[in-house]
Ligand binder design. Structure first.
Ligand code: GLC
Length: 348
């Protein structure tokens, strides 16, 4: 719990660093800042299955085929599947075959429902504690997953590691990216691979091999963190309550932050994925205000040609009300307004 909290904090700090350090280059180009598109067919997605009993006991899964169908019907085109693979490795680093079959079902059912699949290795908590062990485990994970899914279409993508941080510093992460990409590219030469953009904003060597055109940059956005995580038991803001959001200055902060990120994407000539964003749902914040923040962020991402994935379908920050067995409509409407993609949206 403590380590996970540290990862979240460090990710938040890094996000702030990224936004701050890029300021100087971006101010004069705000209106032009758009990420290149092309490598990805992902547009609007949602994080799923991170905390579902499905992985250990499919008979007691909350998430079923129906949920894939609902997600597609609502208008999402991909899912980011949060995978905690480390706990399914044996001593030799082999992934449990039963677990892999469960992942096969997720990939097949999502595809059958018309959804792209981003496999997100979400073991950032463990990785934050020991970078060497993390790389050893990630190497084994990606050796096996990349071989198993090598024949999948490009609508199936890999994300090397969620929110690298803690003991993984920027130069270390860049070396890890290079090694993991070497493993994946041996069997998946053009597979879209999502890389968390730690390092480039700190002036370290770019983690993006210049000739690899199939990399998607990613970042997460929960700013202001005190607002989005107030009352969240796992965060340092568990005792904060009553913060509101929505002033012109609050909205301007999102514009500026995203403009800077789009400048980075344009400079590196890679598409950008906003892989997580959301507001904690048991915080006491009025649902309408949560929806306004979500609408502003999703709208801003689309204005910059970023793909996005809402955090998250179930569990907490939830987009799906598991008790009522239906959408949390105001959040769904905030994410999926009835407007054509990439058209100006009056909300941002
Ligand atoms: C990260 C964490 C996840 C958390 C989310 C929002 O993805 O891995 O557990 O809920 O951020 O803080």
């Amino acid at each position: 719990m403590i380590a996970a909290g540290l990862v979240r904090r460090s990710a938040a700090v890094l996000m702030v660093a990224l936004l701050t350090l890029a300021t100087s280059t971006s101010q004069t180009h705000r209106a032009d800042a758009r990420a290149p598109s092309g490598v990805t067919e992902f547009h609007r997605g949602v994080n799923i299955l991170g905390y579902d009993r499905y992985w250990d006991d499919p008979a007691h899964a909350s998430f079923t085929t129906r949920h894939f169908v609902e997600i597609r019907r609502a208008g999402f085109d991909f899912v980011r599947v949060n995978l905690f693979v480390f706990r399914h490795l044996d001593d030799s680093g082999r992934i449990d075959e039963n677990w892999l079959k469960r992942l096969d079902w997720v990939v097949a059912t999502a595809r059958h429902s018309g959804l792209g699949v981003l496999m997100d290795e979400h073991d950032s908590g463990e990785c934050a504690k020991d970078a060497t062990l993390c790389l050893a485990k990630l190497s084994r994970v990606w050796q096996q997953l990349s071989l198993r899914y090598a024949d999948q279409p490009r609508s199936v993508a890999f994300e090397l590691l969620n929110e690298p941080g803690g003991k993984i510093d920027a130069p270390g992460w860049n070396r890890m990216v290079a090694q993991l990409l070497t493993i994946i590219r041996a069997s998946n030469p053009v597979r879209p691979v999502v890389v968390y953009s730690l390092g480039m904003h700190l002036g370290e060597a770019s983690p993006i091999p210049p000739n690899d055109r199939n990399i998607i940059l990613t970042f997460h956005y929960y700013s202001p963190y005190r607002f989005t995580h107030q009352g969240a038991k796992f965060s340092e803001f568990r005792d904060v309550h009553g913060l509101i959001w929505g002033t012109p200055a609050d909205r301007e902060a999102i514009h500026e932050g995203f403009d800077r990120l789009a400048r980075i994407a344009a400079e590196l000539q890679r598409p950008m994925l906003l892989g997580e964003f959301g507001v904690y749902d048991k915080s006491g914040i009025p649902l309408a205000m949560r929806a306004q923040w979500v609408a502003a962020v999703a709208c801003e991402a689309e204005r910059h040609n970023f793909s996005w994935a809402y955090w998250q379908f179930e569990h907490d920050f939830a987009l799906w009300d598991e008790r009522a067995d239906t959408w949390v409509e105001p959040i769904k409407d905030a994410l999926l307004p009835r407007l054509p993609l990439n058209r100006p949206d009056p909300r941002c």
